[in-house]
Write a protein that binds this ligand. Structure first.
Ligand code: PAF
Length: 289
């Protein structure tokens, strides 16, 4: 596994592989890798000859009161996990000055986001998705992949990045990797590390609420408010859980669903705090005909 720190070296490496006729896949991460990331790596291996994992905790996607400084960083352990899973050729691990030479607060050109970035998480994290889309453009420019793989747990991020790649005519296939869950149903997240054992067990309420909501929709419930009501009730039943949102949105534009339309796919999405730890989860549901 080659560790590359600069954009110029990463680009030269990608050019070389492309000249050799290899297909390249990129798995962008902020490190602190877990089973969810490893499943994206496995997916990348199935899609391409040469897999790069980028590890960069991106300052521009954290708000001033968020956990940028405290975000878990475990580079050595990440490298060991990637060695173990095998098939990763390159780790791209730039430092902040490499991706933001003028400083992350002096970035001049940004990718602007469409309206749907202001739904769900975007409502509570202003500027977050501009930071994500901008850093992913930098990572794509550095790593020059044919395929890029993102986790579907961050469904709004995935949809926005897919839209960015399409609207900016980037010649890259965007692939969504299924959410991987701990045995109790909690979706893997680097932030799960902050949870106590008790919170980790209580946090299983998130996927239970999502599953119940999905089931209710697929069983023919006609009123979206009844479904969000059930999710709220379930999450409020756990005293440590502080609900930020429980919503049903359209899968196309992430707009709140006021009425179910038969045959249309919707997304059920939840964000919950355990102390300062923010966890999200979601699922697709198909409204029956
Ligand atoms: O999903 C993440 O880990 C990050 O948002 C990403 C896509 C690596 C951009 O920093």
């Amino acid at each position: 596994m080659k560790i590359i720190r600069t954009v110029a070296e990463m680009q030269a490496h990608a050019d070389q592989k492309r000249m050799e006729g290899r297909t390249l896949a990129l798995v962008p991460t902020m490190g602190s890798l877990h089973e969810g990331h490893l499943s994206l790596v496995r997916r990348a291996k199935a899609e391409a000859d040469h897999v790069t994992v980028s590890i960069f905790v991106n300052p521009t996607q954290f708000g001033p009161n968020e956990d940028f400084k405290a975000y878990p960083r475990n580079f050595q352990r990440d490298c060991e996990l990637l060695e173990e899973v095998g098939g990763v050729s390159t780790i791209f691990a730039p430092d902040e000055a490499t991706l933001y030479p003028e400083g992350s607060d002096q970035q001049r050109v940004w990718v602007t986001c469409p309206e749907m970035s202001r739904q769900l998480c975007g409502k509570y994290r202003p500027g977050h998705f501009e930071g994500v889309l901008t850093v992913v453009m930098k990572l794509l420019a550095a790593c020059k992949p044919h395929n890029v793989i993102f986790g579907l747990k961050d469904i709004q991020q995935y949809i926005l990045l897919k839209q960015m790649v399409q609207d900016l005519a980037l010649d890259i296939k965007v692939i969504g990797g299924e959410t991987v869950r701990e045995p109790n149903g909690l979706a893997y997240s680097s932030r799960n590390e902050y949870l106590t054992a008790d919170e980790r067990s209580q946090a299983s309420i998130i996927s239970k609420a999502i599953n119940s909501a999905t089931q209710m929709i697929e069983d023919g419930e006609e009123n979206p408010i009844a479904v969000t009501g059930l999710m709220r009730e379930m999450i409020h039943s756990v005293p440590q859980a502080k609900l930020q949102y429980a919503e049903i949105v359209t899968a196309s534009k992430l707009e709140p669903v006021e009425q179910f339309i038969p045959g249309v796919q919707v997304i059920v999405a939840v964000a919950v705090y355990f102390r300062h730890i923010r966890l999200i989860d979601n699922a697709f549901a198909l409204v029956p005909v």
